[in-house]
Design a protein around this ligand. Structure first.
Ligand SMILES: Nc1ncnc2c1ncn2[C@@H]1O[C@H](COP(=O)(O)OP(=O)(O)OP(=O)(O)O)[C@@H](O)[C@H]1O
Length: 402
């Protein structure tokens, strides 16, 4: 007997009351997106569970993709049986036989979602368990720590039988909480911030600043490679690459050295906010963590944040570097982030940036330069690309996809 479907459990979604349909619709769409290569599958979305009918497709690569989809609490390979105890016994025996090795122990764990079924949980455990004991020589029961756990899920439309519960990525379906702009550098932190934001159901678009010729093509490619890793959770990533050289050169020449970094951050935030507005985003995400570097003190945040009232999400704010690195390794961005290409923020960093910049001084220095027109020029020259999970050659300019 072959497993014919994957049963998906929603977890946190089930607590979301009226919004449930909204979440399920997003989840279904996201699952369809990551599984588009598997032409034969059918996805059935239900109120409590979702099923992927395999229709002959190999389950391994499908489960690999599913493990990255937010909004899934767990999933199992399953077989559907009729709601008829004799058939349930037969199917249970066949599944356990397939997994049995000499000396193995088992137990039956029943969940009875459909309370109208004629047998209760204990009766079902007992009926299937004794049938297996009678018909499979050598097998023993171990309730506490069995080698094989036969899971029997009795639902209104049938009985789903499986033997392993695989933990899903958790969180909420990407897109169900809206969209935000992720300020993506080539560093370790911002991809992790993007991942954690997507986990709470927010779709992200990436904004990357580069300053050629001070930053190289390889530095830009590094950020694109990171966006590609993010795409595994987001379906694809729309990425806005901002030419930032002119603004950085002017800041370098015209703003007092101690304030140049604060001014740079303010300009990045203003440009990101403009791109957010044009793309109907609701928030901005950064990889800042309190106290990590000069621009990440509370005083710096006051001076930088002053340019916008848009919510700035900082999922890493209270995390230590080692905790951030652990997640970066888990999501496979750490090695790319560690490549030694320069970031536009570091090339003009003054030897002693102010760690406690004064907002009024910053505002005064900025009045000496017409930054508004420089910002508009940078926004007009943004290069927008779509980065998908597949090979890099699949990057296309956004207009190609319209
Ligand atoms: N070139 C860039 N393009 C887009 N966003 C950037 C860029 N450089 C920095 N940022 C944003 O500003 C945040 C703080 O950057 P900074 O270089 O001070 O700190 P960091 O801790 O090294 O962050 P990261 O590891 O993400 O580079 C980054 O997490 C990112 O969100």
């Amino acid at each position: 007997m072959k497993y014919d479907r994957i049963l998906i459990r929603y977890g946190e979604l089930s607590t979301k009351g009226k919004n449930r349909n909204h979440f399920i619709t997003h989840l279904k769409r996201n699952i369809r997106g990551v599984l588009k290569e598997f032409k034969n599958i059918t996805i059935q979305g239900g109120h409590d569970r979702m099923f992927i009918l395999l229709n002959g497709e190999d389950s391994e690569p499908i489960m690999e993709e599913l493990s990255k989809v937010f909004g899934i609490q767990s999933f199992s390979l399953a077989v559907k049986a009729e709601k008829q105890i004799n058939e349930m016994k037969e199917v249970g025996l066949t599944l356990v036989k397939q997994l049995y090795q000499e000396g193995a122990t088992f137990k039956v764990s029943t969940r009875r979602g459909d309370k109208s079924f004629e047998l209760d949980t204990n009766d079902i455990n007992h009926a299937i368990g004794s049938y297996i004991l009678t018909n499979l020589e050598g097998i023993k029961v171990n309730v506490k720590n069995p080698d094989i756990n036969l899971i029997v899920d009795v639902r209104r439309d049938g009985v789903y039988m499986s033997s392993e519960i695989i933990r899903g990525a958790g969180g909420l379906p990407v897109g169900s909480s809206g969209k935000a702009m992720l300020m993506l550098s080539g560093g370790i932190d911002s991809p992790v911030a993007g991942y954690l934001t997507m986990k709470r159901g927010v779709k992200v678009e990436a904004v990357h600043f580069h300053s050629p010729p001070f930053t190289s093509e390889r530095a830009k490619q590094k950020a694109i490679d990171l966006a590609q890793k993010m795409a595994a959770y987001n379906g694809f990533v729309k990425m806005h690459i901002v030419p930032f050289t002119k603004i950085q050169e002017i800041i370098h020449k015209q703003i007092p050295e101690g304030y140049s970094m604060t001014a740079t951050r303010r300009m990045m935030l203003r440009i990101t906010d403009e791109i957010r507005r044009m793309n109907s985003g609701l928030a901005i995400v950064t990889g800042e963590s309190l106290g990590q570097v000069a621009s990440q003190t509370l005083e710096s945040m006051i001076a930088i944040n002053d340019v916008t009232a848009t919510p700035i999400l900082r999922p890493l704010i209270s995390m230590d570097k080692l905790e951030i690195i652990d997640i970066a390794k888990q999501i496979d961005t750490f090695e790319i982030s560690n490549l030694p290409y320069e970031d536009c923020c570091t090339i003009f960093t003054p030897p002693a940036p102010k760690t406690r910049p004064k907002l009024d001084k910053m505002q005064y220095f900025e009045t000496k330069v017409d930054f508004e027109s420089l910002i508009q020029e940078a926004v007009q020259n943004v290069e927008t690309i779509i980065v998908s999970t597949e090979s890099k050659s699949r990057e296309e300019t956004f207009s190609d996809l319209l």
